[in-house]
Design a protein around this ligand. Sequence first.
Ligand code: MCA
Ligand code: AMP
Length: 495
Amino acid sequence: MSEISFPYLLNRSNRVALVQGENTHTYSDVNNYINRFATGLLGDRADLQEERVAFFIPASLDYVIAMHGVWRAGGIAVPLNVASAVTELDHYLTCANVTRMVANAEYHDMLRDLCDSLDILLISVEDVLVDKAGNLPDIAAERRAMMLFTSGTTNKPKGVVSTHKTIRAQITTLIDAWAWSEEDVIPLFLPVHHIHGIINILSCGLWAGATVHLFDKFDIPKISEQIVAGTYNVFMAVPTIYVKLIQYFETIDPTEVKTICDGFNKMRLNISGSAACPVKLFNQWRDLTGQVLLERYGMTEIGMGISNPYNGERRAGAVGHPLPGVECQLFDEHNNPINEEASAGEIRIKGDNVFLEYWDNESATQESFKDGWFCTGDVAVVEEGYYRIMGRSSVDIIKSGGYKLSALEIEGVLLTHDNILEVAVIGVEDETWGEAVTAFVAIKDGSSTIEIDTLKEWCDGRMSSYKIPKRLIVLDALPRNAMGKVTKPALKEML
Ligand code: MCA
Ligand code: AMP
């Protein structure tokens, strides 16, 4: 067993680690808070021994303290989506057997009943900070460190467990591949319950000794102001963010557009990922800013797997080459490796970057690996060494604005609507969101029909807002095949 010395966030004395609004926090301050928080979490224990500590905190100093504090005390960090509906939280907390939940005081009223019902101690960072840091345990790299929830294709989201070794591999690969350094300054406005925000931006930034500017949401005018001021030299986002920036440019004065685009032009790197970047968007961004987007491919279970080169040709519509340390192989439907170019197959991955297990779900873990390869469910071809993602093997996975959504999970909620007899949810191509959640329903006999606006209102509070269908199509009956299964491709064709 190798020990991890926590280079996640070294003490770089007075270098600025985090900026949040008017406040700046040095590496030394942040480390001090983390050690005091970890000591408080431990109380009179020597090691949390993989206790699951959840946190419900947007990107902020408190978030960093909670994440690293749990790690240093030997716990498993379970960052939650602050936009979740209560029923979704119930699932995450129960599934992970969480015992303590760290949340900002403003969320306590909303969370108290749920935490009480699950026997979870609700605390805030200030409650736990002690005056002086004490002894902290040595943690082996193979120990479990983090659990992130991701939509399975077959059921509700599953807890993806990574070890410290996994996380270290995910971070260090990107530090080298994308040339991170102490000089880097990056904005973080993506949610911090997913790899993109947690690993690619926050953890790489802190490991490299760079400065991360924290935003609790994607606030275009505020972020643009800093871009014009030349604050950032690296920018990472999902394709929808680049679309939204271009849409914003259409609403403001052309001279202002030019100053913002000049700000982007001066950066050393703009990255797109989490969903396919259409070639049209790649070209628009290059024409506006002069930046050739670096597109890469990743997944919660593997971190980043494939990336266009930092130096070298970044190809539009392609995700590049496997990253160093990541083994990548395409397989056909008979589990045979595909070695000739231009034949499509499923991407399978091996390497230290791959997660350990789905929490408490041995069968799902076993099903997702074949002969030691993690099966991503994504289909790709290789052309002149460049991987190009062709789609997914499951119609039940939707990617909307970078979020992975399970159609089955949304269908499950919609089926509890009094008027709905049957339902099928699919993702339909959409310029802003990549795919837009679209629900097809048949209404029960004698019930009144439903309009999209009333359905949206009904969904509010029952699911995270980004899962709520953008379109609703009412049919007399859903098309089914001879086996009685709804034929989702037929629904797609209808549109
Ligand atoms: C917001 N809305 C959405 C989405 N986001 N609808 C569909 N899909 C979405 N992704 C809806 C809201 O419900 C609301 O609807 C309206 O849009 C405005 O909401 P607001 O929050 O103001 O929108 P926004 O701030 O413009 O958010 C768009 C966003 C956000 C910034 C693109 O969706 C986002 O942060 N996406 C990134 C997710 C991410 O990081 N994914 C990485 C996971 P209404 O008006 O009706 O209420 S993938 C990953 O980690 C792997 C490893 C990888 O490869 O990176
Ligand atoms: P998640 O489970 O939220 O981590 O989402 C991972 C999924 O996002 C992958 O399995 C892909 O389907 C998709 N994805 C990530 N990056 C890209 C990309 N550059 N192009 C196409 N799909 C992507």
